[in-house]
Design a protein around this ligand. Structure first.
Ligand code: INI
Length: 160
């Protein structure tokens, strides 16, 4: 029984959209850098990476949906940082962005990657945006490359 699994090797001309919130810019800016660094180092042409900025994580799904529906991109990488404060706002924003991104992926069939940090503290967010716990932007970009490849392979099964 053959296994189907993706690699991280993009085809020439691979087009990637990044949707990133401005809220918590000091964290999200590092996530964007990590994602672009990963994509370029795996062979994606920088001119084929388009960064779209939205106000906060709550706005990511609607922008991701429009971009995914355009058919112009092979994957959409969503980047944001929702950091718990003293109000229930954290719960609402984090629930909506995660449900929203999942819905966009399912509705459009496009790989839409969840690279939104949801942390209790600013320190945890900093740790996950390029310091001691890695950079979630970089790994979200890896997830995008893998999903593009595996979705292509799934489409190709049985065609020859
Ligand atoms: N947006 C975030 O991306 N992260 C947060 O931590 C956050 N908090 O905690 O308030 C946040 N709020 C803004 C929200 O995403 C919307 O932009 C705003 O409510 C307008 O719809």
């Amino acid at each position: 029984m053959p296994n189907i699994e993706g690699n991280y090797i993009p085809k020439k001309g691979t087009q990637i959209a990044i949707i990133a919130s401005r809220f918590n810019e000091f964290v999200v800016g590092r996530l964007i850098e990590g994602a672009i660094d990963c994509l370029k180092r795996h062979g994606v042409d920088e001119k084929n990476i388009v960064v779209h900025r939205v106000p906060g994580s709550f706005e990511i799904p609607v922008a991701a949906k429009k971009v995914a529906r355009s058919g112009d991109y092979h994957a959409v990488i969503c980047l944001g940082a929702v950091i718990r404060g003293d109000t229930p706002h954290f719960e609402f924003v984090s629930a909506e962005v995660s449900k929203g991104i999942a819905n966009v992926a399912l509705e459009t069939g496009t790989p839409v990657i969840y690279g939104v940090l949801t942390t209790d503290t600013i320190e945890q967010a900093i740790e996950r945006s390029g310091t001691k716990a890695g950079n979630r932007g970089f790994t979200a970009a890896l997830d995008a490359l893998e999903m593009i490849n595996v979705m292509t392979k799934i489409s190709e099964v049985g065609r020859d």
